[in-house]
Design a protein around this ligand. Structure first.
Ligand code: G3I
Ligand code: 9MR
Length: 542
């Protein structure tokens, strides 16, 4: 198992040998492209890796540090791998481009989408207020308009909770590395101009999020959805009515946090995007006060709605996250008074666990916050999570950051967010061991894992060809849309798909459309990949 995309010059390089049975001292040989032997040796004794049920040894090939293509041979097996100075350029671009490919309410043109050009679908300009979302001003059946946004995933619905962490992660990428992104072009229709391209893409989703707020009370609809999941059709073939469903506290708080971050980011772009920042900030404040008055309206799936729930009945973390972002953006004591550092407790972030997003923002704004909140304690909490990850990388059989409990639905989103935490710890401390751990942990997503897949479509020797992504199924193009990270292994197998190799958490994965529990794609799993690849590239250059 190896990084199938590229190892990087100047960074650590690990290859794992795995076998069904234990082994000792296996000989291996590494050749360069002219067939010279440049390294050979024997493995250590294997360790049992219970997460995949395999026996594993690790070979450290970091001493090979010349760009090129190499072959690694052991027993009768052979794989080839790359070492490059900048091995991820194309991967970075395509992982980001996924957001463009997943845009609702627009046609994708050949200039920007190449063979993935398609017609417009889901105009979402006639959306019905569902009974669960009815209010005096907007009774059930009222028609509203909420176009744009990114499709959540392999399905065509748009969910505020999951948009929350996804949009935050991309905004944080910009906020943490502004100069880097100001100098970075992406091939999207808004390319160039006064606003960095990453922010142009983010605007596509923010505009939709803003339309999900009821202007009458500040509440935010949980999702915009058909009553059921559609079949495998292209966006322009979709005929179901679309609804906004139930205002929830979770939606209001995710919305408040994201629009508060966006307000401070877009404050620098007032002339290119007049009043946008102020609109976002007002929206954030209104959503937050709605949540304060309605603190425990949890999502309950109405009987006639079948699509994703993104339910969450613990909102302590979302409250803290929103309060932190609003305080950073406003410096208003009202929000500071709601911040309780002791309540900001979580691990690696996810759509349901946003506490650490608050810690990440606190760490980034530490100097302006230190008179008002206990920044030291907050930073300690962030470093504690990173230390655990680094320790797992250094001591686990595969030398990765994943542990048994991380193999959930969307485990590759966990792996991506582990990278974000390690990178933030490096930024906070300048301690290179966090960066080393991040590079090793990145290999996991690109092949050094329990499945042998490089999980990003189009990148690697063995990559998902049949992800749960309606567009990729329906577009008559044999390869899936590139740059999408598949959900990743976990043993739930809720889709009842056949073809899983086994039930082990790290290897229960099947590259089949039917496996929506392991092989779907989503905006929240791609976001930490985009964040991390660009952040690491920034460090690689500096
Ligand atoms: O909250 C419990 C936790 O208390 C418990 O310890 C843990 C043990 O497994 O389970 C937790 O619940 C899990 C939940 O996610 C929160 O993590 C459920 O088991 C798990 O089935 C659930 O999976 C979610 C899945 O939808 C099903 O609801 C995924 O996180 C979520 O990413 C996924 O999202 C779907 C959307 O609904 C629809 N669009 C596609 C998208 C991606 O597949
Ligand atoms: O396509 C749906 C996917 O986006 C969701 O993650 C998943 C779980 O909510 O559900 C998928 O839809 C399936 C539905 O739940 C059951 N019938 C088959 C659908 C897949 O085509």
């Amino acid at each position: 198992r190896y990084n199938q995309v590229s190892y990087l010059k100047g960074r650590n390089k690990l290859i794992n040998i795995v076998a069904i049975s234990g082994f000792t001292n296996k000989s291996y040989t590494i050749y360069n492209s002219t067939d010279d032997i440049i390294m050979s040796g024997t493995t250590d004794n294997s360790d049992f890796w219970s997460d995949s049920g395999e026996h594993v040894a690790t070979v450290d090939i970091s001493s090979i540090d010349t760009e090129g293509v190499y072959r690694f041979a052991i027993d009768e097996m052979e794989v080839s791998f790359n070492i490059q100075e900048d091995g991820y350029q194309e991967l970075r671009e395509q992982a980001f481009k996924y957001y463009y490919y997943n845009r609702a309410s627009t046609a994708l043109t050949p200039v920007y989408a190449g063979e993935y050009a398609r017609n417009e679908g889901h105009p979402d300009n006639r959306v019905i207020v569902h009974a669960s979302a009815a209010s005096a001003e907007r009774p059930a059946g009222t028609i509203i308009s909420a176009p744009k946004g990114w499709y959540d995933a392999g399905d065509y619905n748009k969910y505020i909770v999951n948009s929350g962490i996804s949009t935050y992660t991309l905004l944080a990428a910009y906020e943490h590395y502004p100069t880097f992104y100001q100098n970075l072009d992406f091939t999207i229709p808004e390319q160039g101009g006064d606003i960095p391209d990453i922010l142009d893409e983010i605007i596509w989703n923010l505009d939709w999020m803003l339309a999900m707020q009821d202007p009458n009370d500040g509440g935010v609809y949980h999702k915009l959805t058909g009553l059921n999941f559609s079949g495998n059709i292209m966006p322009d073939q979709y005929t179901f009515d679309r609804y906004v469903v139930q205002k929830t506290t979770a939606a209001a708080l995710n919305f408040a946090a994201v629009t508060a971050v966006a307000a401070r980011v877009f404050a620098s772009y007032e002339s290119a995007k007049p009043t946008y920042s102020a609109t976002l900030l007002q929206a954030a404040k209104n959503a937050y006060s709605w949540a304060k008055s309605n603190p425990n309206i949890y999502y309950t799936q109405p009987n006639d709605v079948q699509t994703g729930a993104y339910g969450d009945d613990n909102l302590t973390d979302e409250f803290q996250w929103a309060a932190v972002e609003l305080f950073i953006s406003t410096n208003d004591a009202q929000y500071k008074d709601d911040i309780v550092i002791n309540e900001i407790d979580g691990g690696v972030p996810g759509w349901q666990d946003t506490a650490t997003l608050a810690l990440i923002s606190i760490a980034h704004h530490a100097s302006s916050l230190s008179n008002d909140i206990d920044v030291l304690t907050a930073n300690d909490k962030l470093l504690t999570i990173a230390d655990q990850l680094r320790n797992t990388v250094n001591t686990s059989p595969m030398k990765i950051a994943m542990t048994t409990n991380d193999y959930v639905w969307g485990s590759n989103g966990v792996a991506g967010n582990q990278l974000v935490v390690l990178i933030r710890a490096y930024e906070l401390t300048a301690n290179e061991t966090y960066l080393d751990a991040a590079y090793k942990a990145l290999d996991y997503l690109l092949g050094r894992n329990g499945t042998g897949y490089s999980f990003v479509t189009g990148f690697g020797d063995k990559t998902p060809l049949d992800p749960h992504h309606r567009i990729s199924v329906a577009d008559n193009i044999s390869l899936p849309v590139p740059g999408m990270i598949s959900g990743g292994p976990h043993s739930g197998q809720q889709d009842g798909c056949s073809g899983y190799p086994n039930n082990n958490p790290a290897s229960s994965f099947v590259d089949d459309y039917c496996s929506y529990s392991t092989n779907e794609v989503t905006i929240n799993w791609n976001a930490p990949l985009v964040y991390s690849l660009h952040a690491l590239h920034n460090y690689q250059n500096s």
